[in-house]
Every structure is written in C-alpha cells, then in structure tokens.
Write a protein that binds this ligand. Sequence first.
Ligand code: AR6
Length: 231
Amino acid sequence: TFTAELENKTEDQGSLNDENSSDRSFVGGSSCNDVHTLAFPSISTSDFQFDLEKASDIIVDSVSDFLNKFDSVRLVLVDLSDKSKILSLVRKKAAQKNIESNKFFTFVGDITQLYTKGNFRCNVIANATNWRLKPGGGGVNAAIYRAAGDSLEIATKERAETLSPGNSVVVPLPSSSPLHLREGVTHVIHVLGPNMNPQRPNYLKNDYVEGCKILHDAYSSLFENFASIFK
Ligand code: AR6
C-alpha cells in the first residue's frame, strides 16, 4: 500500500548510518539532480504549540495543491524522531488523499544533516523561524542558524528585517556556508507560522480560524517561493 511504501522509505532514508540502504540510488543518486527538492519541518507544531491534527490536514492539502501544479519537484516533511506524531498523521492523510509517494514523503533525521548523515540530497530547506528572523531561540531555527554559520544571518538581513505570520522569505546561502559546502543546501526559506504559545509574540489565543488561515498561507508562501527559485 501507499502507507507501507512511505513507511519503508522513511525507515530506509532515516536510518542514518545504513551504508547498504536499498534506497540509496533514490536518495543519494543522480536522480535528484534534475528534481528540485524542498525539505521542510512541520511549521508551528512544536514551540508554537499548534494543534497537530489541524496542522496535518493543512500540510497535506497544501502539498496536494502544489504538486498538482508542478512536475519535477519533491517535497519532504522532516522531523527528528521516528516517533514523530506529525509525521505519522501526515503519512496517513497523504495516503488517504492518494498523493504520489515519490513526490511527497516523510524523512526522519536532522534537517541540517540530510546529506552527511542521511545520504539524502536536498537543495532547498525551510526553516520555522521567528518574526525577527533571529538566530537561536531553540528548535529547528537554532539548528539551521548554527549549521549555516554567520553567513546565513548576514544573507537573511539583506533580504528582510522582519516577517509577518503566514509569510516566507528565500535566502540564497553563500557557497562558503558549511551548510552549503557540506550538505549541498543552496537556499534556506524562512517561514513564520501562527503562534499558539502565550509566551511568544503574536499569540493567537487559541483562535484556530485565524490560526488555520495563517498556517495555510505560510505553506502556500513557502511552496510558491520554492517554485520561484527554479522557475
Ligand atoms: N531537524 C528537523 N526537524 C526539527 C529539528 C531539526 N534539527 N529541530 C526541530 N525540528 P520548532 P515552531 C522539528 O519548535 O513550532 C523557534 O525558537 C520539531 O520537532 O522548531 O514553528 C523559532 O525561533 C517540529 O516538528 O518551530 C520560533 O520562535 C518542527 O521542527 C519558534 O521556535 C518545528 O518545531 C517557532 O516554533
């Protein structure tokens, strides 16, 4: 079944040190060179505390809309653990929607080490950022800024100072950045999602009508910006 395929793929690709992975030609091989691949984390569902059921519906709907419009692209939802609830919800819902498993799948691993640890080439990665586009703060944002070095902060500042919820910005990564050199990442797309955490700015006070709209806008903006890189 579709689900089984996705699960197998996730296990193979996520097994970080498996030198004999049967999926090697698919994940690391030249087939990726003519396919633009975006790896993205689940926006807003950890530090920003957005509901996982609602987020998974929005991810699958947004992915499906995007894949209907573009060929030669792949979208990959990444999370750190094979116990990730958002990954399993999204896998289940993607299967129900019959989304093609070679164009959209999940991957278990660190988004900053997809190639060196996961043998998986992705030229573009998304970051779940904060409104000031600042390094640190924890989560995937801290990890990406740490892995990319100072040049990401400098390149980001040239593009934007702040971001409003539901928007994203593409930042070309200088070739001197370790993330570019080691992992082959050419662009980082910062995305700001809706915030349901009272301790963070732009707190939505559990307003899921507004929250769902913003998360939908965030993924639409992310995918459109991804397409704009290779168009
Ligand atoms: N690789 C892959 N996925 C990761 C990684 C990683 N290295 N680290 C975390 N995740 P979060 P948010 C997953 O909290 O909810 C920051 O401080 C994680 O398991 O990073 O949008 C920013 O500055 C989860 O599935 O982002 C903002 O202030 C997903 O990434 C705020 O957090 C997103 O979790 C944004 O909160």
